[in-house]
Design a binder for this molecule. Structure first.
Ligand code: ZN
Length: 211
């Protein structure tokens, strides 16, 4: 019989189980010590943990602290105001049209993608930093793709044309007006990346609705 379980019920001896999970984070492919295989670490969250976190409004101060439960990676829910404090960002990145991997370039000519192993086009994707403010603290999160385009009321193509081709800054007056004095219910994903000897956490917005 197949058992439906949550993550905390799974032990090495548990057999024939299924568990509904969400992938919170996918690590970079790494090579095993004996160099015989490559592997990737995945951080998973089950429905119970996810739902409990989403019922609870996190204070931004707590979310940014590293010595608490919130050093956990995963999906969190905050109620906060949003503002774009850095107006001079590019607001977009270029990615491979095949594998969607971000490329560190602003030059749109076709290139040979090592991952796709063929010549592909680069397409712009909306991506920028937005500041979240509640009455405990302020933090910066990233927002991208359709969610970002919706806030800016611009397509990724138009954003790229303005900030990267014409090298002008975006006119954000209407965005500031639209965001001012509004509280949003925001779902955030906290994930981590390691640099030489520290682990850094980043927040990205998964969804938002006006309260
Ligand atoms: Zn590619």
């Amino acid at each position: 019989m197949v058992l439906r379980v949550n993550i905390d019920q799974i032990e090495p001896a548990t057999r024939d189980w299924i568990c509904k999970v969400q992938i919170v984070e996918i690590g970079r492919p790494r090579e095993s010590l004996d160099k015989k295989c490559t592997f990737q670490n995945l951080i998973l969250e089950d429905e119970e943990v996810r739902n409990a976190k989403l019922k609870q409004v996190c204070r931004i101060e707590a979310l940014c602290q590293n010595n608490q439960i919130f050093q956990q990676m995963g999906v969190f829910y905050v109620e906060a105001e949003m503002a774009i404090l850095d107006e001079f960002q590019d607001f977009c990145v270029l990615e491979c049209s095949g594998c969607k991997q971000k490329k560190r370039t602003k030059d749109r000519k076709d290139f040979h993608c090592p991952k796709c192993n063929r010549k592909t086009a680069l397409v712009p994707r909306c991506s920028f930093q937005i500041d979240l403010i509640d009455n405990t603290a302020t933090t910066t999160a990233s927002i991208s793709a359709e969610l970002g385009e919706k806030i800016l009321s611009m397509t990724a193509e138009d954003i790229f044309d303005t900030t990267c081709t014409k090298r002008q800054s975006l006119s954000l007056t209407h965005v500031h007006e639209m965001l001012s004095n509004k509280v949003f219910a925001i779902q955030l994903r906290k994930s981590s990346w390691a640099s030489s000897n520290t682990t850094n956490a980043t927040l990205s917005i998964l969804s938002y609705t006006e309260k």
